[in-house]
Design a protein around this ligand. Structure first.
Ligand SMILES: *[C@@H]1O[C@H](CO)[C@@H](O)[C@H](O)[C@H]1NC(C)=O
Ligand SMILES: *[C@@H]1O[C@H](CO)[C@@H](O)[C@H](O)[C@H]1NC(C)=O
Ligand SMILES: *[C@@H]1O[C@H](CO)[C@@H](O)[C@H](O)[C@H]1NC(C)=O
Ligand SMILES: *[C@@H]1O[C@H](CO)[C@@H](O)[C@H](O)[C@H]1NC(C)=O
Length: 526
């Protein structure tokens, strides 16, 4: 990018950040301030616990469809950053200073009020929380997760702590199954020994005493909710009962050891067996799961994923319903748009469209309308069926910034409009706020530093897409049972215009939109 444009963007950035409404007051009122955090730069974990700050920070609670803080509704714009506890635990503190502290400062500048992050890191890896089954690394916990919780409070953030992952990143269910010599992720949900071992882990985290603040996690109002699992699937279980049973058992368990905190599970939002009338609303999902032996396997029909959104969220011990939106993987257009899903022919659809092509070829209006309808439907169903708040736990797009605007706008507008209309829309968390030091490795990064993008241009790659699909069982699949469409990988032409600077065009609009949403949601919370 030309230096001139870079300068222009810097100026836009500076004026945007300065002229926008003031960021949310930080720290949260009543945070317990560890003395060294209060006194300046923390340099190690040997914080002495300050007893002179009152523990008056109120919990986030729920009254029917509304989240409350101190009797007032709580609405938020937030963000995801799963690796903050890992990087905060960097032994020489470089990563903490360059990455984690920067994300905190940026989130405060944007006015964001909720962080969703991982409270797990399983198996042998850098700064693993649990390198071996049942062996937790105290140094990593105290320098990592403890630090992130203490600093979140200082930066005005409530935290959603996710306890495991269906995907293999940072361990998760696959690692649990491997620890017990299993072969299918199905066993994570159904093998009593694994279920029990996972509960032991959860209990240890929930009962942990933060080494920096002295507060037990279960007593810490900085934690907004326990999130049982990230995007859990049970591929092949069209009944949805395996996941529902696991969520029922696990949510009751968490409530039994920590009745003060809200509990949720980060599902996608697919309608299942309990709501046959809603199933036709499901989009097909062509997500390339891309994990080990799974590379190239697509699972198109939401019913094959084992999620029944209503059945999960009407469980007594679930407080918040979650939806995740990566609509660039959903081949949905209305009749007015270029593609109209023939629900009985998913294989043909995959052959024709591949991963992202269809979505890029839909008009902005079509994308926005689909997202709004899909979200509105969930808010209405939540109000009617189980009377609980809904959060958009993840959304984002691997699209050029100019094309992400439509997706951010649709999600933000719909959450705000629905909340204004009295529907149970509590807030949203985009994926992912990155510090300037991190590459845009997954294509979803939001940087507040405009200089970041030109340093790390990420041209849209040709997209692997199926050229031949046939129904069948994925027998070589680690995850076991599956009603997959197995596809051989091919390449399609990228639909994006290579002359457009995919990373910077539209950057400032997205940043402005985030700040406006944060201010609007905070204004609704008073
Ligand atoms: C909870 O909701 C009920 C019914 O909507 C309402 O009457 C009550 O005042 C609410 N309580 C609080 C603490 O907001
Ligand atoms: C939808 O797919 C089915 C099965 O492949 C086919 O018979 C039908 O003609 C298709 N309908 C449309 C409108 O394309
Ligand atoms: C898939 O697996 C099921 C259950 O094991 C079996 O009944 C069915 O024949 C298999 N289908 C194919 C296409 O291999
Ligand atoms: C790609 O973008 C450039 C610059 O905006 C424009 O001149 C060109 O016509 C575009 N090409 C296509 C195929 O849209």
């Amino acid at each position: 990018m030309a230096p001139r444009l870079s300068l222009l963007l810097s100026l836009v950035a500076a004026s945007t950040l300065v002229s926008s409404p003031p960021a949310v007051a930080a720290p949260l009122p009543g945070c317990r301030v560890p003395s060294k955090l209060a006194g300046g730069q923390p340099t190690d974990t040997a914080f002495s616990i300050s007893e002179d700050t009152p523990d008056s920070l109120p919990f986030v609670t729920r009254n029917g469809t509304t989240l409350l803080v101190d009797g007032s509704p709580f609405h938020f714009a937030g963000f995801n950053n799963y690796y903050m506890p890992t990087y905060a635990a960097d032994e020489n503190l470089n990563e903490r200073t360059q990455d984690v502290d920067v994300v905190f400062a940026e989130s405060e500048q944007l006015g964001l009020t909720v962080l969703r992050t991982w409270a797990f890191a399983d198996g042998p890896q850098w700064n693993s929380i649990q390198p071996n089954l049942g062996q937790l690394d105290e140094r990593v916990l105290s320098q990592g997760l403890d630090y992130v919780l203490a600093q979140s409070c200082q930066h005005g953030l409530r935290v959603v702590l996710t306890l495991t992952n269906y995907l293999t990143a940072y361990g998760g269910m696959q690692t649990w199954v491997q620890w017990f010599g299993g072969t299918s992720v199905l066993e994570f949900y159904t093998n009593p020994t694994i279920v029990s071992a996972f509960k032991t882990y959860v209990k240890t985290i929930v009962n942990r005493r933060n080494s920096l603040t002295g507060v037990l996690y279960r007593d810490d109002p900085t934690i907004m909710a326990w999130d049982l699992a990230n995007e859990p699937y049970v591929l092949g279980d069209a009944s949805g009962e395996i996941l529902r049973n696991w969520v029922k058992d696990m949510s009751a368990y968490v409530k039994s050891i920590d009745p003060a905190h809200l509990v949720m599970v980060s599902s996608w939002g697919y309608f299942g067996k309990s709501t046959p009338e809603l199933q036709p609303q499901n989009p097909y999902d062509l997500t390339w799961r891309g994990i080990g032996n799974n590379a190239g396997l697509y699972s198109a029909d939401p019913l094959c994923k084992g999620e029944d959104w209503v059945a999960i969220n009407e469980l007594d011990d679930i407080d918040i319903a979650s939806v995740h939106i990566y609509a660039e993987f959903w081949p949905v257009c209305t009749a007015d748009c270029q593609f109209n899903l023939n629900q009985s022919a998913p294989q043909m659809l995959e052959v024709q469209l591949g991963m992202q092509g269809y979505w890029a070829m839909c008009s902005q209006e079509c994308k926005q309308q689909f997202l709004k309808n899909w979200l509105r439907l969930h808010f209405e169903v939540a109000a009617q069926r189980f009377e609980k708040p809904v959060v958009v736990g993840e959304f984002g797009a691997q699209l050029p910034m100019a094309d992400r605007i439509g997706i951010y706008q649709a999600v933000y507008d719909e959450v705000l409009d629905a909340a204004t209309d009295g529907l149970p829309a509590a807030g949203s968390m985009f994926w992912i706020l990155q510090p300037a030091t991190h590459n845009d490795y997954d294509g979803y990064s939001i940087y507040t530093d405009p200089a970041r993008y030109p340093h790390d241009p990420k041209p849209i790659q040709p997209i692997p897409s199926p050229t031949v699909c046939s129904g069948g069982n994925a027998t070589d699949d680690f995850w076991g049972a599956g009603l997959y469409l197995t596809c051989s990988a091919g390449l399609i032409e990228t639909p994006f215009n290579a002359s457009v600077d995919v990373n910077t065009d539209g950057w400032q609009n997205v940043i402005e939109m985030i700040m406006e949403q944060a201010a609007a949601m905070t204004a609704m919370s008073q």
